[in-house]
Ligand binder design. Structure first.
Ligand SMILES: *[C@@H]1O[C@H](CO)[C@@H](O)[C@H](O)[C@H]1NC(C)=O
Ligand SMILES: *[C@@H]1O[C@H](CO)[C@@H](O)[C@H](O)[C@H]1NC(C)=O
Ligand SMILES: *[C@@H]1O[C@H](CO)[C@@H](O)[C@H](O)[C@H]1NC(C)=O
Length: 315
C-alpha cells in the first residue's frame, strides 16, 4: 500500500531565504547540545553529549539562564527527548565515544517529571535497553508507548512504558546503518506529529521518510516512503514537522537549517553563523508560541569551536 503519492527524489533548491536568527543562550565550550524540547510554559530542555546532562533554559529571562535538571554519573550522554504527558519527558541516556559512536548496550530510558512547579525534577529509570546498540532520537507514539531509533542497528524499537517490554517494531532498508561509511548512523531523528504517522531521518543514507503506523503498537501500516534524499539533505540530524506536514531539518554537518516539502522543494532557511553545528529543533510553546528554536553542538567541521547554543529562528 502506498502512503502518499509524491514525486520521489525530484529534489530542488530555492534561493536562500536568510531567516533572521538570535542566540538565546550559549553554554561554555565544550558543550554539545544534542536535542531540545519545549515545556508547556515556554522554558526549554536541552540534552548534552559528552556529559550525561539535561538543562532547563529560560529564554524569557534577561539575560536567558540555564540550570542543570538531571545528570547521570555512569553515562556520558543524553540523546533523544520527547514529551509523554504534560511536562513529563522521556530521555535516552547512555554512553558514546567521540565523535559520534554509541557504546552498544549502554543505553537506558528514564522519565523526567517537571509537572510540579517549583519542585525538583523527579527522575526514574524505566528500562535498561541492553540489547540495543545506540539509541538516538525517541518519540512518544502515545503516552504509554515509546519509539526508539537505534542508529547503530538501523531499526526502530518500541518500549511499552507500563510493562517495560521492548521489541524491534520497524525494520526497513531506509532505516539501515552503513558501517562502510565513516559515520555509520542510520535512522536518527523520530517524530510523531500526527497520530499514527512517524517521520524519520537517516543520517548515513541522506534521506527523510515517513510511514503510517498503528497508533497503539507502532506496527507499520504502509510502505516506508522517502520524500527527500541525496546531497541536498545530506547528513540529516533531527527535525520538526510543521502543521502542513513540511519538515524543518537540522543538518549538523551541512551547518544549515532547511525546510523540506513533500514535493521535494528544499528551502535553506539559515546557513552557518549562529546555527553552525545545528542538531535539533523545537517549536516554542506557552510564551514561546510561534517561535522556532534550534540547538547546536558547538562543533564546526567536527571540532568543538564554541559552546552549544540555543538559537531562535525568525521565520
Ligand atoms: C516552567 O516550569 C519549570 C518547572 O516547574 C520551571 O522551572 C520554569 O521556571 C518555568 N518557566 C517559566 C517561564 O515559568
Ligand atoms: C517482545 O519482547 C518481549 C520481552 O521483552 C518478549 O517476551 C516477546 O516475545 C517479544 N515479542 C516479539 C514479537 O518479539
Ligand atoms: C555504504 O557506504 C559506502 C561508503 O561510503 C558506499 O560506497 C555504499 O554505497 C553505501 N551503501 C549504501 C547502501 O548506501
Amino acid at each position: 500500500m502506498r502512503f502518499f503519492l509524491v514525486p520521489l527524489f525530484i529534489t530542488f533548491v530555492v534561493p536562500l531565504l536568510a531567516a533572521k536568527t538570535r542566540t538565546v543562550y550559549e553554554f561554555p565550550n565544550p558543550t554539545w547540545l544534542e536535542n531540545i524540547a519545549s515545556m508547556r510554559n515556554g522554558s526549554l530542555l536541552v540534552t548534552v553529549i559528552g556529559r550525561a546532562e539535561v538543562y532547563i533554559v529560560e529564554p524569557f529571562q534577561t539575560p536567558a539562564t540555564s540550570r542543570l535538571v538531571a545528570s547521570f554519573a555512569s553515562s556520558n550522554a543524553v540523546l533523544g527527548i520527547t514529551e509523554l504527558r504534560p511536562d513529563v519527558f522521556a530521555i535516552a541516556v547512555g554512553s558514546t565515544v567521540p565523535p559520534s559512536s554509541p557504546v552498544p548496550g549502554s543505553f537506558s530510558i528514564h522519565t523526567l517529571d517537571l509537572s510540579t512547579p517549583n519542585r525538583a525534577a523527579r527522575i526514574s529509570k524505566v528500562a535498561d535497553l541492553t540489547t540495543m546498540q545506540g539509541i538516538n532520537g525517541i518519540a512518544a507514539l502515545n503516552p504509554s508507548m515509546l519509539l526508539l531509533a537505534d542508529s547503530w542497528a538501523g531499526n526502530i524499537v518500541r518500549l511499552d512504558m507500563q510493562t517495560r517490554a521492548s521489541n524491534i517494531t520497524l525494520q526497513d532498508s531506509t532505516l539501515r546503518s552503513n558501517f562502510t561509511a565513516p559515520l555509520p548512523l542510520g535512522v536518527n531523528g523520530l517524530k510523531v506529529p500526527f497520530p499514527g504517522v512517524l517521520y524519520y531521518s537517516n543520517t548515513v543514507l541522506n534521506l527523510l521518510g515517513r510511514v503510517r503506523v498503528d497508533a497503539m503498537t507502532g506496527r507499520a501500516l504502509s510502505n516506508f516512503e522517502v520524500f527527500a534524499k541525496g546531497e541536498i539533505v545530506s547528513g540529516p540530524d533531527d527535525f520538526v514537522v510543521e502543521r502542513d506536514g513540511r519538515v524543518v531539518l537540522a543538518r549538523a554537518f551541512g551547518d544549515t537549517v532547511q525546510r523540506v516539502g513533500m514535493d521535494g522543494k528544499v528551502e535553506i532557511l539559515v546557513n552557518g553563523g549562529d546555527v553552525a553545528g545545528a542538531t535539533a529543533l523545537a517549536f516554542g510553546r506557552g510564551r514561546g508560541n510561534g517561535k522556532l528554536y534550534v540547538c547546536t553542538s558547538g562543533l564546526v567541521g567536527g571540532v568543538p569551536m564554541r559552546g552549544g547554543r540555543v538559537v531562535q529562528i525568525e521565520l
